[in-house]
Design a protein around this ligand. Structure first.
Ligand code: NDP
Ligand SMILES: O=C1O[C@H](COP(=O)(O)O)[C@@H](O)[C@H](O)[C@H]1O
Length: 806
């Protein structure tokens, strides 16, 4: 076993060399769309045109495979976004025949609205092999089947289309291995596959071109990737036979349309660039809510809890996209580099900054512990968590990033809420106005909206909080051009060898660093989750925590958009007290209730800390005064300098929340906060500039600096807030360690070579038949399994190899 180190993982990383075309660094596809499947925006697919593609789904009878992976492959195939001769090979323990597997596939993809013929044609492209996961003999059988099917496909293409030579020269085979199995099986499966490859190389003549002997292999790994830093490191070590370039760690939130849009929103709109920092932003929330509980997934969930299930991956990734600096390009390396810097700049979570909860039965819904799939009836696994992260960087110092995830709460929703400071020095008539808020609703009802203050039309002076809305369903024709689902996009990107929306090893290491101490404390059972009723907004202590970090009165505003219903209005002047805008809650009553709960919750928050039996005190419980002060002043450090432009303080007002004196710096992203004795300095600050490349000179604080002038573009005058370029006096820590070298590659990529193909179609057919016949099972007893539910019990754990197909 190769000992793990971050460096060893990075050493395996290779971004530049690949056997076939990858999207250019700026994703511009400079080689032209002709190289890809589909040309217009509704048929576009990043998969290289003509690429021989094979998808092998390990765990093909499981929940994920049958609900997501197989249906997604079918959709992509149906829409011609992958080559028509795509091969789909399922692998699982259940000893099915290919025909039986095809029935399983049918159940997964069935939709009465779709024509039957397409399903039939797709089913005919599906094959099956079975055996224990990672068993070498069974994997050899699988590989024999794959090779025979792939050889036959080359033959088929040569007779149906261009000459075989042309097909060989232009294309190559990419095998996508989807690990839809629990992570403890990854290493065994990968290891068996690698053994089969080594055997093929050994059997080949010494001078054989190895790249031509074996297809390109890409391994898609599902979460959870470890349980904490140590287990993640162990998994890296066990998987060291697979290079970083071949690894695609999937986080399906990175494939969501609105998550991808975060980068465009931020970096294509000048109006956001200057306000995206501590000077203007008071707090950021990333929220995930589901209105259902564990729903039979308790066996998995109880092992992990919501922090590992959702927060450490999905929410943290979204947060990193919100917080990161502008990348040099939208290529994988640059996006990952910037996200990584954010994670590196995040302080380790402390108990003070976390509230966890567990739902109880309510309104006919069972509580978590009553769910039959939860066997440990004493379980303290959290189903709800609010955690406040702090990013130590000039841009975000003092801005709390509040991550909140809950199952069995009010509704299903995922969104980012960016809450701004109130207007400093506001004219008295506008003193009570709520602050602006920008909401990016990831799902459902994908939208981006601003909450702004507007004058109510009429003679009487009234102001009102309004919603300026970019609701996707009203702006984009979803029927004509449906939004791609996350898994669709991500599977295509694997086939196209684009890592942009996959999680790098370094990011994972950092994400576990942030959460591991907390997770260990939770595991020790020293903190009891707060009970909250099924369908509620979670424990009140979570609101208290948010309140502590400056979540202030935002008013209900216009709360969740419901098509066809008039927007609910909120007249600020008539209702200036009491509505807590932690997030829109769908009902004003909920907001008011939450407001009333807040004082009680603050007490609970204190009490919760008191419950930490014998745990090291990570910080004093907030006193009532502390809470009030925090909520009044937000979190920006009072010591931060006040720039001359905002030096005139607002007149004191008893009623109004006054923003922190330091907060409204016009461009403070470019102004580092003064060091304080107390401050912890992380090893790599987010403010560290990326190294300049030959292509482009990169200023050290790119977000605050206008782009260099070009002939096509009007450049705003350089403002006084531009930070100085690094001088020789400034210490810039080495960068290279965290950034995979763009030039390293473990694999030398020769020009496409002819594949070892059998001489004729008849020969290829023979090989397939032989592979299938050698592996065929299909006894009546096994046939009976085909009608079993998609994920049968694990009674067949000791099954020997069964590989079959027709
Ligand atoms: N389901 C989902 O919505 C999501 C799942 N994931 C991840 O995807 C992966 C698969 O999840 P899911 O499909 O729900 O899992 P399942 O429990 O449905 O099992 C998937 C496959 O793994 C096999 N398997 C499960 N447990 C064992 C075991 N102890 N020993 C040997 N084989 C086993 C199953 O075999 P058999 O059928 O024979 O038991 C099945 O073939 C996991 O890593 C999960 O965390 C990630 C996001 C969402
Ligand atoms: O990864 C997971 O995500 C789902 C929620 O995904 P979404 O795309 O529907 O928001 C969650 O239900 C599940 O627990 C978790 O494992």
């Amino acid at each position: 076993m190769i000992p793990f180190s971050a460096a060893s993982v990075r050493k395996n990383a290779s971004w530049s060399a690949s056997k076939h075309k990858t999207p250019t660094e700026d994703c511009s596809d400079s080689d032209g769309d002709e190289s890809r499947i589909g040309t217009d925006s509704s048929t576009y697919s990043p998969v290289p045109r003509g690429q021989f593609s094979t998808a092998v789904v390990f765990g093909s009878d499981g929940n994920l495979a049958s609900k997501k992976i197989l249906p997604t492959l079918f959709k992509l195939w149906k829409r011609r976004m992958v080559p028509r001769d795509l091969l789909v090979v399922g692998y699982a323990r259940a000893p099915l025949t290919t025909e039986q597997f095809r029935k399983q596939v049918f159940r997964s993809i069935y939709d009465p609205r779709q024509p039957q013929a397409e399903r039939k044609e797709f089913q005919a492209r599906c094959f099956y092999a079975s055996g224990p996961f990672g068993d070498l003999e069974a994997t050899r059988g699988l590989v024999r089947l794959l090779r025979a099917l792939e050889a036959r496909r080359v033959e088929e293409r040569s007779v149906t289309g261009a000459s075989k030579e042309a097909a060989d020269a232009a294309n190559e085979t990419v095998r996508l291995y989807y690990m839809a199995v629990p992570p403890f099986l990854y290493a065994d499966i990968c290891s068996a596959l690698r053994t089969c490859r080594a055997e093929a190389f050994d059997a080949a003549p010494a001078d054989a071109d190895k790249d031509a002997l074996w297809p390109v292999e890409r391994f898609v790994l599902e979460k959870p990737f470890g349980r904490d830093s140590a287990s993640c490191a162990a998994l890296f070590s066990q998987l060291s036979m697979v290079s970083e370039e071949e690894t695609f760690r999937i986080d399906h939130y990175l494939g969501k349309e609105l998550v991808l849009n975060l980068l465009v929103l931020r970096f294509a709109n000048v109006c956001f660039q200057s306000i995206w920092n501590r000077a203007h932003v008071k707090a950021v929330q990333v929220i995930f809510k589901e209105d259902f509980g564990t729903d039979g997934r308790g066996g998995y969930f109880d092992e992990y809890g919501i922090i590992r299930d959702v927060m450490q991956n999905h929410l943290l990734q979204v947060m990193a996209l919100v917080a990161m600096e502008q990348p040099l390009s939208f290529g994988a390396e640059h996006i990952r580099t910037e996200k990584l810097k954010v994670l590196q700049a995040c302080k380790v979570l402390t108990l003070d900054d976390v509230v966890v909860g567990q739902y109880t039965g309510c309104g006919g819904h069972k509580g978590y512990l009553e769910d039959p799939s939860i066997t440990n009836k004493e379980s303290t696994t959290e189903t709800f968590a609010t955690a406040v992260l702090h990013i130590h960087s000039p841009r975000w110092d003092g801005v709390p990033f509040i991550l909140k995830a809950g199952k069995a709460v009010t509704d299903r929703k995922a969104e980012v809420r960016i809450q701004f400071h109130t207007i400093p020095g506001a004219v008295s008539a506008l003193m009570d106005c709520a602050a602006n808020e920008l909401v990016v609703r990831l799902q459902p009802e994908e939208s981006i909206y601003w909450k702004v203050i507007n004058k109510v039309p009429g003679l009487k002076f009234e102001v009102q909080q309004m919603r300026m809305d970019l609701l996707y369903s009203s702006k984009f024709d979803g029927d004509a051009k449906p939004m791609p689902e996350a898994y669709e996009r991500l599977l295509l990107e694997v086939l196209a060898n684009d890592h942009s929306h996959f999680v790098s090893a370094d990011e994972l290491i950092e994400s576990w660093r942030i959460f591991t101490p907390l997770l260990h404390t939770l595991k020790e059972g020293k903190i009891k989750p707060h009970p909250y009723p099924f369908g509620s907004r979670g424990p009140p202590a979570a609101d208290a925590l948010a309140h502590k970090y400056g979540m202030s009165k935002f008013g209900g505003g216009i709360t969740p958009y419901v098509e066809g219903q008039p927007a609910r209005k909120y007249v600020q002047a008539h209702n200036s007290e009491s509505l807590l805008g932690f997030e829109d809650e769908g009902s004003e009553a909920a907001s008011i209730a939450s407001s009333q709960a807040i004082s009680a919750a603050e007490a609970i928050l204190g009490a919760a800390r008191a419950e930490v039996v014998g745990a090291p005190k990570l910080g004093p419980p907030p006193s009532a005064v502390g809470l009030a002060a925090a909520s009044t002043y937000g979190t920006a450090p009072p010591s931060a300098p006040l720039p001359p432009s905002v030096a005139i303080p607002s007149p004191p007002s008893a009623k109004r929340e006054v923003p922190p004196p330091s907060a409204p710096l016009p461009q403070s992203a470019a102004i580092p906060s003064p060091p304080t004795a107390k401050r912890e300095v992380p090893p790599q600050s987010a403010a560290i500039p990326s190294p300049p490349t030959a292509k482009r000179e990169v200023p050290p604080q790119s977000a605050a600096i206008p782009s260099p002038p070009t002939a096509r573009r009007e450049v705003p005058p350089q403002s006084a807030t531009i930070s100085s370029p690094p001088t020789s006096r400034r210490e810039v820590p080495p960068q290279s360690a965290a950034i995979p070298s763009p030039t390293t590659s473990r694999r030398e990529v020769p020009p496409p070579a002819a594949k070892p193909v059998t001489p004729g179609k008849a020969r290829a057919e023979d090989e397939v038949s032989a592979a299938l016949a050698a592996l065929a099972v299909g006894s009546p007893a096994r046939a009976a399994r085909a009608d079993a539910p998609a994920n049968p019990s694990r009674a067949h754990e000791k099954d020997v190899q069964h590989v079959s197909g027709k």
